[in-house]
Design a protein around this ligand. Structure first.
Ligand SMILES: Cc1ncc(COP(=O)(O)O)c(C=O)c1O
Length: 379
């Protein structure tokens, strides 16, 4: 045992004192109602998705056996990428191992000052996901942050740097995972075009549930990003991620993105299942409508009860309580009543905005919502 191991214990003890210690939740199969899962359309258990996985395991075996650039490339992956590109109205697409890996390594590769000839100016929404921040750390880029979803502020910042020869990027989510509000993608893209900025948008929480046929907000006319990424880990019910981009950007990533080059490809079992889930999306319009209607009804009830649901307009509803300890106590009380919700605290969200995060899915019934509201009434 090295002499400094106790420092890790001290660090966690300090987090605990501040109400910020993270712990694994109890196993999640015993809830009366679960509002913590990102399986927004219930696709993780859809019979056709599971059948595709079963078939793939017989056909391909379990693992990809190598990086896509070595032994791990299959026609299955290329077919899925072609389908993603078509539905995202992009020239091409690339599948990667996870959303975190994608943001951390694709974005870092794109911002490489040596390739760009200068350090880029990168304009970022204040509430962007940790995986996007990771890319800036890796690339050593200082972010120019705009107020959350505030395009007037973004315009001001872009104007301030209008004469700079440095390449510009705008990086944001389309549906924000901890707040459940939506970026005005058409306005953002239009602003970016005026400033010749590269638009990088994260559709993790929009993929499957928003935009034309559920293919995300960047699939709509006038909303195309230079690169749109999304995950298979939320509404598609599996894991992995995609980017939709130009041929040139894909080619560049094949040659420079460490998270693609040096990582074993996703299992063909997962890819086959996710392709099936992706193909099912256009057929799930009724599920999407039910999801958004349930969310709207719940939002109104929560607001009537005096809860602060922030700027949420989607299937993700925060109940912003502010204080970390109070948020943990509320989460524990709900869990004791059989209702699973997530307690989200800084640094995942800004200071003083600790919250319960409710993630709805299309399988939630009136009984689930009633059970949640009853438990919330006791807080
Ligand atoms: C906005 C956003 N981007 C990226 C990710 C990472 O995706 P994955 O879980 O596939 O690694 C998440 C998931 O937590 C997310 O919320």
């Amino acid at each position: 045992m090295t002499a400094f191991l106790h420092l890790y214990e001290h660090h966690v003890a300090r987090l605990a004192e501040q109400g910020l210690r993270r712990q694994l939740p109890p196993p999640s199969d015993r809830w009366l109602a679960d509002f913590s899962s990102n399986d927004y359309l219930g696709l993780s258990r859809h019979p056709e998705v599971l059948a595709a996985a079963h078939q793939a395991i017989d056909e391909y075996g379990l693992g990809a056996t190598g990086s896509r650039l070595l032994s791990g490339n299959l026609a299955l992956y290329e077919a899925f990428e072609a389908r993603i590109a078509q539905d995202k109205q992009a020239e091409s697409a690339l599948i990667l191992g996870s959303g975190y890996q994608t943001n951390a390594t694709v974005l870092a590769a794109l911002m490489n000052p040596k390739v760009l000839g200068a350090e880029p100016l990168v304009f970022t929404d204040r509430l962007n996901h940790a995986s996007l921040h990771h890319a800036f750390k890796v690339a050593g880029i200082r972010q120019i942050r705009f107020r959350h979803a505030d395009l007037d502020h973004l315009r001001e910042l872009l104007d301030k740097h209008a004469n700079s020869p440095q390449p510009k990027f705008i990086v944001a989510e389309t549906v924000f995972g901890m707040d459940g509000d939506v970026m005005d993608v058409a306005a953002l893209v239009s602003l970016a075009r005026q400033h010749d900025a590269f638009v990088y948008l994260d559709e993790a929480h929009a993929t499957g549930v928003m935009g034309p046929q559920g293919y995300g907000l960047t699939a709509a006319p006038g909303c195309h990003a230079d690169l749109a990424m999304g995950t298979f880990s939320k509404a598609l019910g599996g894991s992995g991620a995609y980017v939709a981009c130009s041929y040139a950007v894909k080619d560049y990533l094949l040659n420079t993105c460490t998270g693609f080059i040096y990582s074993t490809a996703l299992s063909p079992v997962v890819v086959a299942a996710m392709l099936k889930a992706w193909e099912l999306l256009p057929t799930l319009e009724a599920e999407r409508q039910r999801l958004m209607q349930t969310a709207e009804g719940l939002r109104q009830r929560l607001q009537q009860m005096g809860f602060d649901t922030g700027a949420s307009t989607t299937h993700i509803l925060p109940i912003i309580l502010g204080d970390e300890t109070r948020t943990l106590q509320a989460r524990d009380k709900l869990q004791q009543a059989g209702i699973n919700v997530s307690a989200v605290r800084p640094p995942t969200v800004p200071a003083q905005t600790a919250r319960l995060r409710l993630a709805l899915n299309s399988g939630h019934t009136a009984e689930h919502i009633d059970a949640l509201l009853q438990a919330l009434a006791t807080l």
